[in-house]
Design a protein around this ligand. Sequence first.
Ligand code: CA
Length: 225
Amino acid sequence: MRVLLVEDDRMIGQAVQTALRQDGYAVDWMRDAESADTALTTANFDLVLLDLGLPGRDGVSLLHAMRGRHDATPVLIVTARDEVHDRIGGLDAGADDYLVKPFDLDELGARMRALLRRSAGRGEAVFEHRGVRIDPATREVTRGGESITLSPREFAVLEALVLRPGAVLSRAQLEDRLYGWGESVESNAVEVYIHGLRRKLGHDFVQNVRGVGYFVPRDESQGTG
Ligand code: CA
């Protein structure tokens, strides 16, 4: 999952970026609304963490611009305690949720997962797919009660594919979810993670459409859900 962090406070930004990267998110950090706007029109993000009080143009203005061009990326706004009007303004401008500073990083993680589920049209917190159970909160993967150890990036690839069974993601789309700008990408990185997933979950768990990309087949036992 790729997250755009918009935050001008160096300490908060650093703490959030570090925590999210440890959780396997690709994070791009922008310090002002202009750079964030450019980033949003250049790459695809799964979620935006938006501080409202920014130097120059504020967060609400960025949000208006996003929703004005029908960019439906989930937005979680982050505001100071006394900015109640800003929170209302942010929600009315199209934000999906908000968090008040100072916030707990675990709560941030839980709210992000809830928004990501909702944007994928899924209500359940734990995914079961073809006998494999995936818990995004604890990052635990099990099959038949047995724990399967995945690297953070293998987990990120698995999560991206399982959120939308049947949807084919290209190598570039998967790389987008795994790496922020400035992070070097080995040319065969995605193939390596797919290989690892197949070795651990079974060759058929992840399938490919030659020259197009990768997908996990829909689970027949779960209907079309
Ligand atoms: Ca700020």
